[in-house]
Ligand binder design. Structure first.
Ligand code: SF4
Length: 438
């Protein structure tokens, strides 16, 4: 039996898809990247970006006709769009067999069996007290040195534009003992770097009785032998505590890299977004972080053209790019998510203005990103070797603690997973070139 899986969206979805593949591998399935060879097709969806349903309908338009040649083929849709649409998706797409929600990942093998026996479509999208699937631990890929570990799921913040609290549910933190155990197993399997995932990792443990805090969790994981680097995403600026900022200075394995979503530079826009901080409060946290770890690299998310955003508001977003100097930004035009508060906001920004602002924002950021890379030339960095470079030419590739990609000629002695000292000799577009120091 073969499983084909198509994944949209965030790292948590990528991690969930790994768990799905693992669950079916235990039943003897093999992963295939050819959809027409599959006995089971799973589409793991995301509703954060623009027009997510269109992507899903178009994918189903490609896969459902495969049933003509393979009537036994089972097709399942999971993730955030599945959560939002539920049974309506089955009605909208005849030929689709399973809709499973964000808390029901662990039930998918059982649902597939049920459909194979009954030949009737099923939808399962209820929320559970603890989301099913969080405790499924996918084995790391052969030779992998990095692994994602989901530590919490859901969000209680209800930013006015965001669908996540409705489709992932309220915040739930995994027991710290289970996380420590998982990281210990990963370390024994050769994993050197863990990336903690959650919609708002900074509030880890806050909703659970007697659970440790996020910083306490980081401190315990820091002690696990074999783990060399720890990263996490996503952090909410309002929950970025003094103790977490101090942890960056105190825990050497905590990478000097942070994704800190800004969204907009105008306080009026931030207030309508329901973000819970002002631009000044955000900058204050950035300054504290940079005092604690002077070279920390920051990345962010930006939304342009939120309802009511004026040219003066947008100028404040550009000003924040200048003041913070992010390594990279992930920027998008605002688009309506039905069911959110902002979907009812008036004073919409025209698509033309949004496009124009996005281009200006990305254009300036490209220059800043390049300036940051060029400023690295001559520096010596600790680089975690990740594998042969995509550029070929006998080069290896790795990442600095700041998460910058470095390609370098590979001395014979070097091994994947090692941390080596590399002198940066040139800045290319999006990456650095280096040479290994003896
Ligand atoms: S913090 Fe806001 S943007 Fe982030 S997941 Fe929660 S509601 Fe969405």
């Amino acid at each position: 039996m073969k499983i084909f899986i198509e994944t949209y969206g965030c790292q948590m979805n990528v991690s969930d898809s790994g768990k799905i593949v693992y669950l079916f591998a235990r039943q003897g399935y093999q992963l295939t990247d050819v959809s027409r060879d599959a006995d089971l097709i799973v589409i793991n969806t995301c509703s954060v970006r623009e027009k997510p349903e269109l992507k899903i309908f178009s994918a189903l338009g490609r896969y459902i006709p495969l049933k003509r040649q393979r009537p036994e083929l089972v097709i399942a849709v999971g993730g955030c769009v599945a959560q939002q649409w539920g049974e309506r998706l089955l009605k909208r797409c005849p030929g689709l067999d399973i809709v499973f929600g964000t808390h029901q990942l662990d039930r998918l093998p059982e649902l597939v069996d049920k459909v194979r026996i009954s030949r009737r479509a099923v939808s399962l999208t209820g929320f559970k007290e603890s989301p099913g699937g969080l405790e499924v631990m996918a084995a790391p890929a052969q030779g992998a040195i990095s692994a994602m570990v989901t530590i919490m799921q859901g969000c209680n913040n209800f930013c006015s534009y965001c669908i996540v609290p409705y489709v992932r549910g309220r915040e739930y933190s995994r027991p710290s003992a289970a996380i420590i155990e998982e990281v210990t197993i990963l370390a024994r399997a050769g994993i050197k770097e863990v990336m903690f995932l959650g919609q708002n990792v900074n509030s880890y443990g806050l909703q659970e009785k007697d659970e440790i805090s996020f910083v306490e969790l980081l401190t315990l994981v820091h002690e696990i032998p074999g783990i060399e680097r720890i990263r996490f995403t996503t952090s909410h600026p309002k929950d970025m505590s003094e103790t977490l900022i101090a942890a960056f200075a105190e825990l050497p394995k905590l990478s000097p890299y942070l994704h800190l979503p800004l969204q907009a530079g105008s306080d009026d826009v931030l207030s309508r977004m329901g973000r819970g901080y002002t631009a000044a409060a955000y900058l204050e946290k950035v300054e504290k972080l940079r005092r604690a770890v002077p070279g920390i690299a920051l990345t962010t998310d930006i939304i342009v053209g939120f309802p009511g955003e004026t040219e003066a508001d947008f100028a404040k977003t550009l000003e924040m790019l200048e003041r913070v100097r992010y390594d990279q930004i992930y920027s998008f035009k605002y688009s309506i998510r039905p069911g959110t508060r902002a979907a009812k906001f008036e004073d919409l920004v025209s698509d033309e203005e949004k496009r124009e602002r996005l281009a200006r924002c990305q254009g300036r950021q490209d220059e800043i990103s390049q300036e940051i890379l060029e400023a690295q030339v001559g520096a010596v960095s600790e680089v975690l070797v990740t594998g042969p470079s995509k550029r070929g030419a006998g080069e290896f590739s790795g990442r600095t603690g700041e998460n910058r990609i470095v390609n370098f000629p590979a001395p014979a002695a070097i091994k994947v997973g090692e941390i080596c000292r590399v002198r940066i000799v040139a800045a290319l577009k999006h990456s650095l070139k280096g040479e290994v120091l003896a």
